[in-house]
Design a protein. Structure first.
Length: 547
């Protein structure tokens, strides 16, 4: 669906862009070489490839791109030269990035295979061409990730072939250290592609190359190397007259350190590889001062700690918490450190959580003095722990059940999306999920009927029909489906117990209709759970306790 603009506007715009195909390729190259002309053409590419803005514009701009690149299946050498020359120019590089990020997957594979493959190192060395490679790798990792989520397409083999050629060319390059030191962004996107490609041999190879550069081929310990790279570097102002004024100089953002931390996180994400286990072990052994700096720096904490808390096993996790708890007071009152502490608490086991809470309780007078410290105490439920340890442990158990319930609701609702097919391993699983969806629809329809018959309560005269059944909490629990609630609290009045007997079988025998006991459902909470799957854990725990 397009935006609400006059329909004629789209037709005029399509006609104008179609006229560009009548312009010679040489003139179009001159337009793209100009910064202003490149900005206009690149904007046209990005807009027309978005069918929500221009309906049917992708076909028009696709033909325009093929015309600009002088694409000819019988003579691909022309396109190869054009792409290479454009990528080496500042304006042309920006245009090629727009094309590779927005074009259809068939055009993307064709450009990469015929113009970039087996020549990627030259692009990486260039000051502007390396951004084109980063766009290629970014799109490639995104496509591989989407295909991994059961969205299989006919282009899977083409994407796999592109990934294999690009990765192998990088790993076979003899001067890998120069690329790591000068083009760290390219290495970072290569790590993303290798992770999505899911080939452990490539993960170990690139991990070995990176660690060899950091350790100078084994002459320096990896722990010492990473510690020196992640140590806080103070930028002192020479104009400061005294030490007190020097301390007020703000910490300057170190972009090189941020990039290194992202590469470290990328290596840890390569699950099942030796380099991932090695980096996790090194992070556990970092000195306290380095851990404090990482935890109090937003970019470093997000790149390293967020990944570590996800991939580390229980032993490494507990080992790192021992080091982290040495500065828990400082982290609890820091505007960034409090978030790192919260992430560590959320992923820890019950024993480690209790140790962290005890450390906070010991310093509660200092921690509770600041706004950040109060947030930390609230996230750790310090008041409840001081009141009753047993209630605090019960809350943790309820939170665990709530998380499982939330995952179940999310996994149940995702197959109902039309654009995402259900993930099934065999026909039996698919049939089972289909039956669940049918039962859910029947349950929703039942509540819709009750709502239409009586907007105030569920006891209208029409409900005396024998086919109507009361759906209570026990039904919801058995089917594991959250029903659509009515506008008011559903109650079964005591008067329903006096219903008349009706025939139950062909022999004329009568049996009394079973009447459910009075059931009260907190409709607002159930409705919130249905509409918002990301509701707070406290509310989910409260619903479970009410059951």
């Amino acid at each position: 669906m397009c935006f609400d603009v006059p329909p004629k506007f789209h037709e005029v715009l399509k006609s104008c862009v179609s006229l560009l195909q009548d312009v010679s390729t040489t003139d179009l190259h001159e337009i793209i070489a100009d910064q202003s002309g490149c900005a206009v053409i690149s904007l046209i590419v990005r807009i027309f490839y978005n069918n929500r803005i221009i309906s049917g514009g992708s076909d028009i701009v696709g033909n325009l791109i093929l015309h600009i690149l002088d694409y000819d299946e019988n003579e691909l050498s022309k396109m190869k030269v054009i792409v290479y020359n454009m990528s080496g120019d500042k304006a042309g590089s920006y245009f090629m990035q727009a094309v590779l990020e927005c074009c259809d997957i068939t055009t993307y594979i064709s450009i990469v295979q015929n113009a970039v493959s087996n020549n990627a190192i030259d692009y990486i060395k260039d000051n502007f061409g390396n951004f084109v490679i980063q766009s290629i790798l970014k799109r490639l990792s995104s496509e591989l990730e989407s295909n991994d989520k059961n969205n299989r397409s006919d282009n899977d083999k083409g994407l796999a072939a592109v990934a294999k050629v690009l990765v192998k060319e990088m790993l076979d390059y003899e001067q890998f250290s120069d690329i790591l030191q000068r083009r760290g962004g390219v290495i970072l996107w290569y790590l993303h592609v290798i992770r999505m490609y899911k080939t452990s041999k490539y993960g170990d190879r690139i991990g070995d190359l990176i660690t060899n550069v950091w350790t100078s081929n084994g002459s320096v310990l990896l722990l010492d190397s990473l510690n020196s790279k992640l140590t806080k570097k103070e930028i002192q102002n020479k104009a400061a007259a005294s030490n007190e004024e020097q301390q007020q100089v703000p910490y300057e953002r170190d972009t090189v350190q941020i990039l290194i931390s992202k590469i470290i996180g990328g290596l840890m994400r390569l699950k099942g590889t030796n380099v991932s286990n090695t980096i996790v072990e090194v992070v556990c052994r970092l000195p306290l001062t380095t851990v404090r700096h990482i935890a109090t720096s937003g970019n470093l904490s997000k790149a390293i700690l967020d990944v570590f808390f996800t991939v580390a096993n229980s032993t490494r996790y507990s080992q790192f918490l021992e080091n982290m708890m040495s500065c828990i007071t400082e982290l609890a009152v820091h505007y960034v450190g409090q978030h790192a502490l919260r992430r560590a608490y959320e992923g820890a086991n019950v024993n480690d959580k209790e140790r962290m809470v005890q450390a906070i309780v010991a310093k509660k007078d200092v921690i509770g003095f600041t706004k950040e410290g109060k947030n930390t105490m609230r996230n750790f439920y310090i008041d409840l722990y001081m009141k009753s340890k047993e209630d605090w442990k019960n809350l943790l158990r309820k939170q665990g059940k709530a998380v499982e319930l939330l995952k179940e609701v999310t996994s149940f609702s995702s197959p109902m999306k039309k654009d995402v097919p259900a993930a099934t391993s065999d026909g039996a699983v698919d049939k089972k999920r289909k039956r669940k969806r049918n039962r859910a629809k029947a349950t929703h329809q039942k509540f819709d009927d009750d709502e239409d018959e009586d907007g105030d309560d569920g006891n209208d005269d029409n409900e005396d029909n024998d086919d109507n059944e009361v759906v209570g909490h026990s039904d919801v629990k058995e089917e594991k489906v959250i029903p659509k609630p009515s506008k008011s609290v559903i109650q079964v009045e005591e008067s329903n117990k006096k219903q008349k007997l009706v025939p139950s079988n062909s022999n004329g025998q009568n049996s009394s209709k079973k009447v459910e006991k009075e059931v009260k459902i907190d409709v607002k909470k159930i409705k919130a759970l249905k509409s918002n799957k990301l509701m707070s854990i406290e509310k989910l725990s409260e619903i479970i306790s009410n059951k």
